[in-house]
Design a protein around this ligand. Structure first.
Ligand code: GDP
Ligand code: IMO
Ligand code: MG
Length: 432
């Protein structure tokens, strides 16, 4: 028996590292790309041939016809958003349903999960999480509370009854929270109009290939097929190890691949960790190296740091090595991929946070509390390359100061940076 393994590609920071771009670049080397957690809170951007696509639920291998794309059991699906994505791809001349499989065990996000998300956030006031308001927290709550509806339920006789019961419960909670949803818009629609579209999407879902993906994936491994697991969000948003409670509601780390796809830890192969040459975060929560100054603004504008899902401006700051090392440890990273080096081009000087300190003492380990008063970041200043990378077509051509920046990160993390991204296009990717 051939028995191959599942490689993993996931984010090491607060999301938006560039996972979509790199999964798309890697796809020709894989037979199957599988999402294992998260839902339409994700926004994965892929740019090629002058065209730009943003995927929320569909894996980023969809642009390669010969590769199968699996929405795994750990993912939560909003059928309306899924079909919006499918229709957009169809409008561009693709047939995404042809190479898309959906796990029967993937849970559904109901319209009322989205109302609950909005109600819970508005109740939190100033301490809100800054959720994407896609219903992620409430849908995972129902999953773990053992109340959820799954993709495999949509053809069942009791689906509608189960749906109506959940909806009534959710609306009761929304009312108790004092949230007036009559004027709240879901994708530009009031609740009733959105619910109608959602139910239409459930009908359309019956035309998709819904399978027991854990069996399909394990069988594919037995046949020697190559599988890449695509992470969503990032390690610092992991529900267990991220900056809790300012996190998402799933395990974004390598361990999530096993539960989110039904894969044994024995069958995990190479683990790629992806990070930006600096840091960003969207939504609330601690961010030790955040820059609330012209440098932060320069990163935001230069890096086009506006959310792919919500359009919100992303908070920006210098690279945070303590957080990166913590993420590397949690995930068991084998190989690093550094993104968006080009965004640092205009900086004559670049800072890297090497440690956190409190009362002039360097903290060992990684702090439980990441908020501002707990410690201060210690920075090392490096000389910027201060030049365009546009002419660089191989890693040998990059400026010396960028090489020094890379070498420093490699020395600190003890891992190779095997791929360097110097622009959003597929082609702006250098192998080292
Ligand atoms: P993901 O969620 O991890 O897939 O990342 P997003 O798509 O949300 O955000 C990454 C953004 O950076 C997208 O707008 C990409 O087009 C863009 N991007 C990716 N790699 C690079 C790069 O090397 N340089 C620049 N300038 N932009 C990049
Ligand atoms: P990708 O896959 C960046 C953030 C939200 C919020 C917190 C909780 O594109 O990297 P949620 O909607 O899950 O309740 O939001 O997590 N967040 C992301 N930030 N990239 C993402 O996904 C994110 N998905 C969620 O901004 O702070
Ligand atoms: Mg994103």
């Amino acid at each position: 028996m051939l028995r191959s393994k599942v490689d993993v590609m996931l984010g090491l920071q607060w999301g938006d590292e560039g996972k979509g771009k790199i999964v798309d670049v890697f796809t020709p080397h894989y037979d199957i790309i599988a999402r294992f957690q998260g839902g339409p809170n994700a926004g994965h951007t892929i740019i090629f041939d002058g065209r730009k696509f943003v995927l929320h639920t569909i894996p980023s291998g969809i642009f390669h016809r010969q590769t199968m794309n699996v929405i795994g059991n750990g993912v939560i699906i909003d059928p309306f958003i899924l079909f919006k994505e499918i229709d957009k791809l169809r409008d561009s001349g693709m047939e995404p349903e042809a190479n898309l499989l959906v796990s029967s065990r993937a849970h559904l996000i109901l319209p009322t999960h989205r109302l609950l998300d909005a109600a819970l956030e508005s109740e939190k006031g100033a301490s809100k999480i800054g959720s994407t308001l896609k219903g992620i927290g409430p849908a995972y709550t129902d999953k773990y509370g053992r109340n959820g509806l799954r993709a495999g339920n949509i053809t069942g006789q009791s689906f509608r009854l189960h749906y109506e019961n959940l909806k009534s419960e959710h609306l009761e909670t929304v009312r108790q929270l004092g949230f007036d949803y009559s004027s709240y818009l879901l994708d530009g629609m009031n609740f009733t109009a959105y619910e109608e579209k959602w139910i239409e999407s459930i009908e359309r879902m019956k035309g998709l290939t819904i399978i027991d993906s854990e069996i399909y994936l394990n069988k594919s491994l037995d046949e020697g097929k190559r599988i890449l697991a695509e992470g969503a969000q990032g390690t610092m948003l992991d529900v267990d190890f991220g900056s809790y409670p300012f996190v998402t509601s799933s395990n974004t780390i390598t361990a999530g691949v096993c539960s989110g796809l039904g894969i044994s830890p024995h069958r995990i192969g190479k683990i790629y960790g992806i990070f930006k040459a600096y840091c960003t975060r969207v939504g609330s929560g601690p961010f030790p190296t955040e820059l609330n100054d012209p440098d932060g603004e320069r990163l935001r504008v230069g890096g086009n740091e506006f959310g792919s899902t919500t359009g919100r401006p992303r908070r920006c700051g210098w690279l945070d090595l303590p957080a990166l090392k913590y993420s590397i440890m949690l995930n068991g990273i084998d190989s690093l991929i550094m993104m968006k080096a080009d965004v640092l081009n205009p900086f004559p000087e670049i800072k890297i946070c090497t440690d956190y300190q409190k009362n002039n003492e360097i903290l060992s380990g990684f702090p439980f509390d990441l908020s501002g008063s707990a410690f201060q970041p210690v920075y090392k200043q490096m000389t910027g390359w201060n030049t365009s990378l546009e002419g660089c077509t191989t890693a040998d051509e990059i400026p010396v100061d960028l090489s020094e920046y890379i070498k420093f990160i490699e020395k600190e993390t003890g891992l190779p940076i095997d791929i360097l991204s110097i622009g959003p296009d597929r082609l702006q990717t250098l192998q080292r």
